[in-house]
Design a binder for this molecule. Sequence first.
Ligand SMILES: *Cc1c(COP(=O)(O)O)cnc(C)c1O
Length: 457
Amino acid sequence: MQTIIEPFKIKSVEPIYFNTPEERVAILEKAFYNPFLIHSKDVIIDLLTDSGTSAMSSNQWAGIMQGDESYAGSPSFFRFEETIQNITGMPLVIPTHQGRAAEKILFSILGGKGKYFVSNTLFDTTRANIEFSGAEGVDLLCEEGKHPSIPAPFKGNMDVNLLKNFIAEKGASNIPLCVITVTNNSGGGQPVSMQNIREVSAVCKEHKIPLFIDACRFAENSYFIKIREAGYANKSVPEIAKELFSYADGCTMSAKKDAFANIGGFLAMRNESLALSCRNLLVVMEGFPTYGGLAGRDLEAIAIGLNEVMDENYLNYRIRSIEYLTNKLIEAGVPVMQPAGGHAVYIDAKAFFPHIPVDQYPGQALVGALYLVGGIRSVEIGSLMFGKYDTDGKLIPAQMELVRMAIPRRVYTQSHIDYVAEVVIEAFNNRAKVSGLKIIEEAPILRHFTAKLAPIN
Ligand SMILES: *Cc1c(COP(=O)(O)O)cnc(C)c1O
């Protein structure tokens, strides 16, 4: 295959500051082996997240200048609204300052004690907003999605039989909403098939349960459908996205992902009375309905980004570049989640460091090793993030010990990706020298953001 070239030229650049391995030892120690405590200027390649870290296009920057900052009825809002109506086919569009603000509004209205929200996999903020309302979030992921090293085309699918059984057990009246996350962020960025969305939608309709899409990565998911699902090869990404949304009653979205924006989000839906309730809360929590929590210039940047992201040259580059990195690591024997997801590469730290027990946080040890070897910042998704303690203070580990390298959109070039592969492989070849970590200070909730750690020896 030909070299993957970026489908854009670079007009404006940001410097990367290089530091030496010796300097990185001191920086990592000072940050207590926690990547969230490292200053970004001390990072060479920042793969902490793909959220809000995209490079905007010259058109988006031009849109920023044209943003109209009127409090009510800004033309920037109407461009935003029309773009989302065109992509989703949903008539009612509500801007918010982030994805979680859209979730907060939706679940404040639909949530409450004794209710269940079913999903392929709920993202952390979605689950947190559901639980904050007193309701319970339930993941009904397909079996293939639970095995990181076994490839399958649509590992983000919901298990339709589990859904039917769950509805039979709890009663449809206790399930206010079904959420399909595309792609499945917490499940490795794996896509959901159109067939699965169609089947889930049919079950939901039969039981009068509304279906919402968590649409943060709708374009990446649509492109996976185009290249992997029978019958879609000749359809355009906008056509596929429109069909995907046609099975749903609404959606939430973080514009910090597939809209190439640095901030923003929205709700879109078909039901007038639900939209009215949402707008009533919006005014209290975010702002007037034609700006949500956003500036007019943000609405412009999002509207332009939403159209740019569906360009197939971009999506081909995006998906192939992540697949290229994944495959390079597989060839070198590095244990990674397969197949490649849409926005990140996940390394299986338990298999990477078989000599480090889970209560010595192999994922966090790998995050440290990648930083020391090459200044790469990644994030642990394992027992530091999700671990709990039993009554004796013993760690109850997470199901998996993963390290995520999320790739910001349009930010790094193919040579940066080659460098990342080299660093991971070098760390892998020297893996026996790395020791585990212990926690020396932690917060009672969301400890991974602030925890302080130290090497065991
Ligand atoms: C990022 C994300 C959210 C939350 O969006 P924010 O803009 O970070 O509040 C919700 N769902 C998924 C799948 C996400 O990736």
